[in-house]
Design a protein around this ligand. Structure first.
Ligand code: GFB
Length: 309
């Protein structure tokens, strides 16, 4: 059992992943959570003083510049630079200030574009990446390698967790920069409100993705904080994928939009398929608890309460 009074720094607590982790940690009775707003602590710049003062025992690195296929494709410089800076700063400072464990969040886009499906952890660095998110993936791979280097060279207990495509409360619903699920929820909501007859979906609808509610990711992270002490990366997913077309249809059902789907072929498809092999995590006794339809309904409720005008 973990000591629930240990100081845990959640970097990125305002984001979708970080906020889900904070909710989960609180509900499990962790009483010593450390967070800092961006205006007080810029993780891209100086973090050494903060770490020297606070000396967190556990560090969860959920701070990152993230975005959907278009943002990744349009802003490779920012995705590569900002993520490298944040993770280099936090990982180094965590080690130098005696953190006993660090959990680094990667992404399923670290795997090669044509990796075997479902994708085992061993597929890392076995082939070329998907070009639309190569910069982000390279930053995340560098983060994994830095954690592994600290483990090998200095014996640090720094673990790296690879989540599949995530969604949920606090997701980004901006149509230019969001991921597909949040984008389609907003589009279906607005199309319904305007009584449109069609909803535009990017690409061909053929790519397949695996979606995990961020609350399930948070529960997996807690288990890994408690039970997983290897620097080998570990996948977190639900084990099932669906096509973008099927996702769009499901979202329209949940939202209650009954018009047609139209396809914007000028937008990229990205990786043809991205389904993680989650047998390693399953062997530790974890499974997801929220089916996709319920997760979408929950996320739509959150959107209605927080974003819809
Ligand atoms: O979620 P998404 O933006 O990113 O797009 P990736 C997934 C698929 O949904 C692509 C299609 O085939 C998109 O073309 N899609 C359809 C849409 N309609 C839309 C729409 O309105 N908005 C968006 N955004 N997509 C990301 C990476 O890849 O996955 C990140 O860019 C990260 O690096 C994340 O790793 C998990 O799944 O293709």
């Amino acid at each position: 059992m973990m000591d629930k009074s240990e100081k845990i720094f959640v970097a990125g607590h305002r984001g979708m992943v970080g906020s889900a982790l904070v909710r989960r940690l609180k509900s499990e009775g962790f009483s010593n959570l450390l967070v800092r707003d961006r205006s007080k602590l810029d993780l891209k710049n100086a973090v050494t003083e903060f770490f020297a003062q606070e000396k967190p025992a556990l560090v969860i690195l959920a701070a990152a510049k993230v975005g959907g296929i278009k943002a990744n494709n349009d802003f490779p410089v920012e995705f590569l630079l900002e993520n490298s800076r944040i993770q280099n700063n936090v990982i180094q400072a965590a080690y130098e200030n005696g953190a006993r464990k660090l959990l680094f969040l990667g992404s399923s886009c670290i795997y090669p574009k044509f990796a075997p499906q479902p994708i085992p952890e061993t597929a890392l660095l076995s082939g070329p990446l998907e070009p639309t998110n190569e910069a982000y993936a390279i930053a995340k791979i560098a983060g994994i390698k830095l954690c592994q280097a600290y483990a090998r060279e200095y014996g640090a207990n720094f673990i790296s967790v690879m989540p599949t495509n995530l969604y949920g409360p606090n997701d980004n619903f901006d149509l230019e920069t969001s991921h597909v699920l949040a984008a389609l929820l907003r589009k279906a909501h607005e199309a319904k409100a305007r009584k449109d007859r069609k909803l535009i979906v990017w690409g061909s609808g053929k790519p397949r993705r695996e979606f995990l509610l961020v609350d399930d990711l948070a529960s997996a992270c807690l288990l890994l904080l408690e039970k997983y002490d290897s620097s080998e990366i570990i996948n977190v997913g639900c084990g099932e994928d669906i096509s973008i077309r099927e996702l769009a249809e499901l979202i329209c059902e949940v939202v209650g939009f009954d018009g047609d789907l139209a396809w914007d072929a000028t937008k990229p498809d990205g990786t043809p398929r991205k389904l993680l092999d989650v047998s390693k995590l399953r062997a530790l006794g974890w499974k997801p608890s929220i089916p996709l339809r319920d997760g979408i309904a929950r996320t739509y409720e959150w959107f209605l309460a927080n974003c819809a005008r």
